[in-house]
Design a protein around this ligand. Structure first.
Ligand SMILES: [Zn+2]
Ligand SMILES: [Zn+2]
Length: 172
């Protein structure tokens, strides 16, 4: 049940508890391999459209922006997604702007693709600049060694921009 027929919620709220396997290229370069994402929640019928409130939980392997190493990442994010028929889009623009805490999406056909939603939740959870550790030392700019594994053989302060500072000491 990877696509949900939203009109089922017209009768009674739809309970959702699905495990979704995302494709390797779903979520951008920082995500080396997405794991399984579990979506749990409920879709309710509103006066206009639907509301899906729930939680997305999962794991992925990310790439560190400093050392380019891969590291495991897990997340659990609550979300509230308002689904509105595209016909009401113009009137809803104000509501959308005034309720920035709600994610609003318009649909032409009353279907919700859970795999797409799971991929979006993972993308939202992934940090802008993923780091394997907050104090990741990164790679040596000269030889490319992973400085998390210890110092490389390069002389310190090899970067010429700092040479002028080497002889400088504040006078006291
Ligand atoms: Zn790193
Ligand atoms: Zn080096």
């Amino acid at each position: 049940m990877l696509r949900i027929d939203l009109t089922r919620a017209d009768v009674e709220a739809i309970c959702i508890d699905e495990r979704l396997q995302l494709s390797a290229d779903c979520c951008g370069e920082d995500v080396v391999s997405p794991g399984e994402v579990r979506l749990v929640g409920e879709v309710e019928h509103l006066e206009r459209g639907y509301l899906f409130s729930g939680e997305a939980r999962g794991q992925a392997v990310l790439r560190c922006v400093r050392c380019l190493g891969e590291f495991p990442f897990s997340f659990a994010e609550r979300f509230e997604l308002r689904l509105l028929p595209v016909a009401v889009a113009p009137q809803e623009e104000e509501t959308r702007l005034s309720s920035s805490d709600l994610d609003v999406r318009f649909y032409a056909e009353p279907w919700l693709d859970l795999v797409e939603l799971a991929a979006e939740q993972l993308q939202l959870a992934v940090p802008m600049k993923p780091l394997c550790h907050e104090d990741c030392q990164g790679l040596c700019p000269s030889c490319g060694a992973d400085l998390n594994r210890g110092r490389c053989a390069c002389p310190p302060n090899r970067d010429g921009r700092w040479n002028a500072l080497l002889g400088f000491r504040p006078r006291r």
